[in-house]
Design a protein around this ligand. Structure first.
Ligand SMILES: [Zn+2]
Length: 191
């Protein structure tokens, strides 16, 4: 399975994409949008997320993970009904969200029993811990990369990639888009 797949506005989910190894996450609640979303996630991602919680000692919860293109459309309509059309820009067009892959998760932290949004500092800290422990999570949409990812800063959104690739992204300070554009440059020159 290709853990490094790029899905964005220019690279929609391939029609033949095979979802693999999805497991359900019970009682998922999207604090950000105030809606309940039954969601599933890739089992490897879930295991490593548990490790990330343990090592970081942050009480993290997954609020949204896999979303099908149809599910994405439904959520989009719910959010518009709840918040008005102004929220459209914050909702990925069905087919272009990396949540379709089962490899991306949105998280909140629970502090004193209250759900809080992750800050940029939290996101960078979790990224660093993930690299140090080969967990594969990247800070996918930092502010600095908005012009490349075309997604506004989202500290709560984590993406899983091969841990070796996560390391390349971290060490070169590049977004997944930049890695895909110039793989030869970044791949270790072995063999
Ligand atoms: Zn997300």
């Amino acid at each position: 399975m290709d853990y490094n797949i790029l899905v964005n506005k220019k690279h929609p989910l391939p029609a033949n994409y095979k979802l693999e190894n999805l497991i359900p996450i019970p009682n998922t609640y999207d604090f950000n949008h105030g809606i309940k979303i039954p969601t599933r996630v890739n089992a490897v991602v879930y295991d490593n997320f548990q490790k990330l919680c343990e090592i970081s000692r942050m009480n993290l919860v997954i609020t949204s993970a896999h979303r099908s293109p149809v599910g994405q459309a439904v959520i989009g309509l719910e959010l518009i009904a709840k918040n008005g059309l102004g929220i459209r820009k914050q909702i990925a067009i069905p087919g272009t969200s990396e949540h379709h892959t089962g490899l991306a998760i949105d998280t909140y932290k629970i502090v004193d029993g209250e759900a809080k949004k992750l800050t940029e500092e939290d996101a960078w800290e979790l990224y660093r811990i993930s690299i140090e422990n080969d967990l594969g999570f990247i800070y996918r949409y930092p502010k600095e990369k908005e012009s490349i990812t075309e997604i506004p800063n989202e500290p709560w959104h984590m993406r899983y990639v091969d841990p070796s690739v996560a390391k390349i992204l971290y060490e070169n300070n590049i977004a997944l888009e930049e890695y895909h554009e110039n793989k030869e440059k970044y791949e270790p020159k072995t063999r």
